[in-house]
Write a protein that binds this ligand. Structure first.
Ligand code: NAD
Ligand code: UGA
Length: 463
C-alpha cells in the first residue's frame, strides 16, 4: 500500500483524487486543505464544487480508501507520495504584479512538508507552475539535515471543469516530468505505475522536469490562442456578413487546423487561461524575450477586447442607453456544467453594464452563489433569480453568457411576450436558433454574424 496525500482540496485536488482512489483500491488517499469549511463540505453530502459525476465517485470511495482532513502535518508525516494542488494565482503585489505566479501558497506547502517529514518522499507538482519551479522546490526540500531525500516530479493537470471526472477517467495524455537521475527516474516510474492502473501506457508521456512544467503553460496558451483567433475573426464577420460558424466549420475541416476550440464566444474565462498566459509572458520577459512576450500577451488583449466589444454592442444596439433598463443575464459560470465563476466573461459583461447603470438580473442554474461572492460590493446592485422566466420578465434585453443546454429548451415565445418591446437578445455563445427568435419578434445579436433586427425602418439597422 502507498500512502498518497494531496495538499489542496480545490477543483483539481477534489476532482482528481476520487478517481485515483477508485482505480487504486490498494492505496490510501488523503486530501487535506487549510480551509476547514471546504473539508467539511467534502465530508458531507453537499460537495463544495459542482462537477458532473463527482458525487457518485466520492460516495463510492470516501471512507474506504479516500479521506478528507485538515490535519495536514500528520498526513504529511505518513505520506509516501505528496501531490500539491494548491492555488497559484497571479501575483497582485510587488515584482511581477499582475503577471507572475504568486508562489507563496506553494512555498509554504514545501516548507510544511519539510518540517513534518520523517521519511523520504516523492513530491508531485500538480498545480500549474512557472518553468523551473521544481528547482527552487528541490533546494528548499533537500536543504534538510534530517538525511531525507525528496524527488520532485511535475505532473500537470489537463482536465477541464465540467468534464473533470471523465477527463481524469479517460485522459488523452498524462504528463510526468522528472530528473534524469536514477532516483528521479525511479520516482517517475512509481507515478507511472499508479496512472497505469487505468490509463494505457502509450498515453503516459514522460519528459524532463522543465519540459513538463512548460508544456502545461503552453497547452493553455495554445488553447486560449485558438479562441482569441476565432473571436478576432468573429469581429470581422460582423462587418462583412460572413458567418463565423460557417468559417469555423470550413477551416476546421482541415485536419492540420482541427475543429476543436473554434467556438466564437463572448470570451474565454476560467481561473487558468489568463493567469497562465500572463505567467508565460512574465517568464519570456524575465528570460529576455520581449517579442515572444508581446506575441502571447495579445491573446489576453484580444479576449478583453471581445468582452468589451460585446458589452459595447449591447449599449449601441439599445439606442445608446441602457441606464435603468432591466437586462437579464443568462449564465454566470465561465462555461456550462460548472459552478465556477472565476474570470467569467459573464461577470465582466455584468460589470460593464452596471457602469452604464443598467438594472441587472442574473440567472444561472449552479453558479449564483459564486457570482454573488465574485461581484463583491457590486452584487448589491444586482438581482439574482434562479428562474429564467422571472429573470426576463419586464426586461429590455437578454444576454446569453453561458452555454447551459437548458437555455435552448426555454419557451422563448413566452419570454418574448413578458418583455419590454423592442425586445433584444444578445447571444454571446451562439447557442440559440437565431432565425426562430427573430421570427418570434426578438432583435437578435449573435457573435460573428450580422444581427437579425426588426428595427430597419427606424434607421437602426446595423452595418
Ligand atoms: P482552488 O483554489 O480551487 O484550490 C486550491 C486549494 O488549495 C484551496 O482549497 C486552498 O484552500 C488550498 N490551499 C492553499 N494553500 C494551502 C496550504 N498551504 N495547505 C493546504 N491547502 C492549501 O484551485 P484549483 O482550481 O484546484 O487549482 C489548483 C492548481 O491547479 C492551480 O495551480 C491551477 O492553475 C491548476 N489547475 C487548475 C485546473 C482547473 O480546472 N481548476 C485545471 C488544471 C490545473
Ligand atoms: C482549460 C483547459 O481546457 C484544460 O485543459 C486545463 O487543464 C484547464 O484550463 C486549466 O488549466 O485550468 P477550463 O478552463 O476548465 O479548462 O475549460 P475550457 O473548456 O478550456 O474552457 C475555457 C473557456 O474557454 C470557457 O470560458 C469556455 O466557454 C471558452 N471556450 C472554449 C470558448 O469560448 N470557445 C471554445 O471553442 C472553447
Amino acid at each position: 500500500m502507498t500512502n498518497i496525500l494531496c495538499i489542496g482540496a480545490g477543483y483539481v485536488g477534489g476532482s482528481t483524487m476520487p478517481v485515483v482512489a477508485s482505480h487504486c483500491p490498494e492505496h490510501r488517499i488523503v486530501v487535506v486543505d487549510i480551509n476547514e469549511a471546504r473539508i467539511a463540505a467534502w465530508q458531507s453530502d453537499q460537495l463544495p464544487i459542482y462537477e458532473p459525476g463527482l458525487n457518485e465517485i466520492v460516495r463510492q470511495t470516501r471512507g474506504k480508501n479516500l479521506f478528507f482532513s485538515t490535519d495536514i502535518n500528520r498526513h504529511i508525516a505518513e505520506a509516501d507520495i505528496i501531490f500539491v494542488s494548491v492555488n497559484t494565482p497571479t501575483k497582485t503585489f510587488g515584482q511581477g504584479a499582475g503577471r507572475a505566479a504568486d508562489l507563496q501558497y506553494w512555498e509554504k506547502t514545501a516548507r510544511q512538508i519539510l518540517e513534518n517529514s520523517t521519511s523520504s518522499k516523492i513530491v508531485v507538482e500538480k498545480s500549474t507552475l512557472p518553468v523551473r519551479t521544481a528547482e527552487a522546490m528541490e533546494r528548499i526540500l533537500n536543504s534538510n539535515n534530517k538525511g531525507l531525500h525528496f524527488d520532485i516530479l511535475s505532473n500537470p493537470e489537463f482536465l477541464a471543469e465540467g468534464t473533470a471526472v471523465s477527463d481524469m477517467q479517460n485522459p488523452n495524455r498524462v504528463l510526468i516530468g522528472g530528473r534524469e537521475t536514477e532516483s528521479g527516474q525511479k520516482a517517475v516510474e512509481r507515478l507511472v505505475e499508479i496512472y497505469a492502473q487505468w490509463v494505457p501506457r502509450d498515453r503516459i508521456i514522460t519528459t524532463n522536469l522543465w519540459s513538463s512544467e512548460l508544456s502545461k503553460l503552453v497547452a493553455n496558451a495554445f488553447l486560449a490562442q485558438r479562441i482569441s483567433s476565432i473571436n478576432a475573426i468573429s469581429a470581422l464577420c460582423e462587418k462583412t456578413e460572413a458567418d463565423i460558424n460557417e468559417v469555423a466549420d470550413a477551416i476546421g475541416h482541415d485536419e492540420r487546423i482541427g475543429r476543436y476550440f473554434l467556438r466564437a464566444s463572448v470570451g474565454f474565462g476560467g481561473s487558468c487561461f489568463k493567469k497562465d498566459i500572463l505567467n508565460l509572458v512574465y517568464l519570456c520577459e524575465n528570460y529576455g524575450l520581449p517579442e515572444v512576450a508581446r506575441y502571447w500577451e495579445q491573446v489576453v488583449a484580444m479576449n478583453e477586447y471581445q468582452e468589451a466589444r460585446f458589452a459595447a454592442n449591447m449599449v449601441t444596439s439599445m439606442f445608446n442607453t441602457i441606464a435603468g433598463k432591466r437586462i437579464a443575464l443568462f449564465g454566470a459560470a465561465f462555461k456550462a456544467s460548472t459552478d465556477d465563476t472565476r474570470e467569467s466573461p459573464a461577470l465582466e459583461v455584468c460589470r460593464a453594464l452596471l457602469e452604464e447603470q443598467a438594472d441587472i438580473v442574473i440567472t444561472d442554474p449552479h453558479a449564483m452563489e459564486n457570482a454573488c461572492d465574485d461581484l463583491k460590493e457590486l452584487a448589491e446592485r444586482v438581482t439574482f433569480e434562479i428562474d429564467p422566466y422571472v429573470a426576463s420578465k419586464n426586461a429590455h434585453a437578454i444576454a446569453i453568457l453561458t452555454e447551459w443546454p437548458q437555455y435552448t429548451q426555454l419557451d422563448y415565445e413566452r419570454i418574448y411576450h413578458s418583455m419590454v418591446k423592442p425586445a433584444f437578445l444578445f447571444d454571446g455563445r451562439n447557442l440559440l436558433d437565431h432565425k426562430k427568435l427573430y421570427e418570434i419578434g426578438f432583435n437578435v445579436h449573435p457573435i460573428g454574424k450580422p444581427p437579425l433586427t426588426h428595427l430597419v425602418t427606424y434607421g437602426f439597422k446595423q452595418a
